[in-house]
Design a protein around this ligand. Structure first.
Ligand code: FAD
Ligand code: SIN
Length: 536
């Protein structure tokens, strides 16, 4: 299966194509250069677009005095609620500190304490202060700045902006040998073209835009997971959508990207209170307001239901020097008429992170030869059923390095794309809002069989709204549709509550469900799903 698109009018070649310019794509591209491979980095909007630059809290790594990778591992496993691939967690936490040091060597500057050491804070689920941050709450912007500067300095990395990867190209032998691209460009590279390469790395970020309210930017439409799925790759764990507990609530009618109030704010002492002023996380969990994210999100959801209110409150009034410690959050609160030094901040959960994605092994290899996935697009298994805060930037750094090593060691000759015989499909951009609302209502923080079946019915109805006018909005909405369907199917199948998957009709966690739901299109183009044991 592939998306309906015009015939490619031009061709470009490189040794490796990296799709996406967030922490995962940039890290992979830079590391590939040490093996002298030529890299084509394509990115669908401006080069600095994506979730990376929005990251607030920071990067988790066992760098503090007395902290160890083993303790970081324990916290990651607890947050992951029994579904983490332990070997992937080991890789993340043991290679994490070195990956962060390399980032610092590449020019990233992190905040320091008064004694001149890197300042470390705490977020939900961490039993230690191990989160490095930059510019107070502008960590992602600093990571992005440093990596972009390094990429721009490297003549061996060609960058094409406004270049949306549509589908993967495969050889007759089934090896990935390039992608089709739509470029809003000039001269010979404009419209649809082909980019050929010996390996392709998908690093297209998250899929938050599947939901009506999200912390994710507009580009996070899950294109990479959808294109991998269409190419026949396996995807896993997609029912585990993480809802960030504290997103600034403004109005239920607002959709798209909403301002985040970082968990690090709770790390510095903020408390969640309900309409009656009760500090409701106290006594609910040993870590109180800093319990893992899924636990806080579900408690907020329950509080909102009980008080019939669209939000709860975050009390930040006791934090010293709020404006200096959290300048970005302070500015966005002030822009929305709230002074967090004196007033409570209205907050509610919104979709934030996809713990699942394209299933990869410890070297970032997908189930299709020559195709890799990295960062939020990938499912390494390290996050299990719920990602530990600030483990995502880290994952991009660690696995971007591993992927480049594997590509360098196993690069194959360029193969020719086969003549495609697969079916084309394209949906109308007009369905986007209905799809997002259906997902928020039926497949959000709390789901059950009825809400999921209703959502599936809506999705089936929406699939009748086809289009024969290829354009960016149509490709994106077609991707959102595929992912929404995958999320709902997996959420229906998983008859238990675990991590960020909460079913009101199956409230308990079940030992029978220490399984990973893996989905793909089989060779006949039929949707298939299987259960795999988790590697504990
Ligand atoms: P992204 O940074 O999202 O980059 C994806 C790239 O792919 C973009 O360049 C995009 O334009 C491009 N792209 C997408 N589709 C296509 C296509 N079809 N063709 C070509 N290019 C395409 N994590 C932490 O660890 N710590 C934090 O403090 C933290 N805070 C966060 C705060 C916010 C508001 C958000 C939204 C997320 C936060 N996260 C945090 C999560 C983390 O930022 C992301 O998971 C991480 O940055 C993802 O990096 P990535 O490189 O995989 O994707
Ligand atoms: C936050 O700052 O609360 C987000 C951290 C994350 O998603 O890892």
């Amino acid at each position: 299966m592939k998306l309906l698109a015009g015939k490619p009018g031009w061709t470009v070649t490189a040794d490796v194509i990296v799709i996406g310019s967030g922490v995962a794509g940039l890290t992979t591209a830079l590391n590939l250069r040490s093996s002298n491979l030529s890299v084509l980095l394509v990115t669908k909007a401006r080069i600095d677009e994506g979730s990376t630059k929005w990251a607030q809290g920071g990067i988790a790594a066992a760098l503090g005095p007395g902290d160890t990778p083993d303790q970081h591992k324990k916290d990651t496993l607890i947050a992951g609620a029994g579904l983490c691939d332990v070997a992937a967690v080991d890789v993340l936490v043991t290679e994490g500190p070195e990956a962060v040091r390399k980032l610092i060597a590449r020019g990233a500057v992190f905040d320091k304490s008064d004694s001149g050491e890197i300042a470390l804070t705490r977020e939900g689920g961490h039993l230690r202060n191990r989160i490095l941050h930059a510019g107070g709450d502008a960590t992602g912007a600093e990571v992005s700045r440093a990596l972009l500067a390094a990429v721009q300095d490297d003549d061996g990395i060609e960058v094409i902006e406004n270049a949306l990867a549509i589908d993967v190209l495969k050889s007759d032998a089934g090896r990935v040998c390039g992608v089709t691209l739509h470029v809003i460009g000039a001269g010979s590279r404009d419209g649809v073209g082909r980019a050929l390469a010996r390996a392709v790395v998908i690093a297209t970020g998250g899929l938050g835009q599947v939901y009506a309210q999200t912390t994710n930017p507009a580009v996070s439409t899950g294109d990479g997971v959808a294109l991998a799925l269409r190419a026949g790759a396996e995807i896993a764990d997609v029912e585990f959508i993480q809802f960030h507990p504290t997103v600034l609530w403004r109005d239920d009618s607002l959709s798209g990207q909403q301002p985040l109030i970082s968990e690090a704010v709770r790390g510095e002492g903020a408390e969640l209170v309900n309409d009656k002023g009760i500090h409701f996380m106290k006594g609910k969990h040993p870590q109180g307001d800093l319990a893992p994210r899924d636990i806080v999100a579900i408690e907020i959801f329950k509080q909102m239901k009980e008080s019939n209110s669209p939000h709860v409150w975050l009390d930040t009034t006791k934090i010293k020097d709020f404006a200096d410690r959290f300048p970005t959050i302070f500015a966005s609160c002030i822009a929305n008429g709230i002074d967090p030094r004196k007033q409570l901040i209205p907050v509610s959960p919104a979709s934030h992170y996809s713990s699942g994605g394209v299933k990869v092994d410890l070297m970032g290899r997908t189930s299709i030869p020559g195709l890799y996935a990295c960062g939020e697009t990938a499912c390494t298994g390290a996050h299990g059923a719920n990602r530990l805060a600030s483990n995502s930037l880290l994952e991009g750094l660690v696995f971007g390095t591993r992927i480049s090593t594997d590509i360098a060691a196993n690069i194959a000759p360029q193969s020719e794309p086969s003549k495609s015989t697969s079916n084309d499909f394209l949906l109308s951009p007009a369905i986007k809002m209905t799809l997002q609302l259906a997902m928020s209502q039926g497949a959000g923080v709390m789901r059950n069989e009825q809400s999921l079946r209703e959502t599936l019915t809506t999705l089936e109805q929406l699939s009748a709204h086809t289009s024969n006018e290829p354009c960016i909005e149509a490709w994106e909405v077609s991707n959102l549709y595929l992912l929404a369907t995958a999320i709902v199917k997996a959420a229906l199948e998983r008859c238990e509550s675990r991590g960020s998957h909460w079913r009101s009709d199956f409230a308990d966690t079940s030992n029978q469900w220490v399984k990973r739901i893996v989905q793909n299109y089989d060779e006949d183009g039929k949707w298939s799903s299987k259960l795999e044991d988790v590697k504990l």
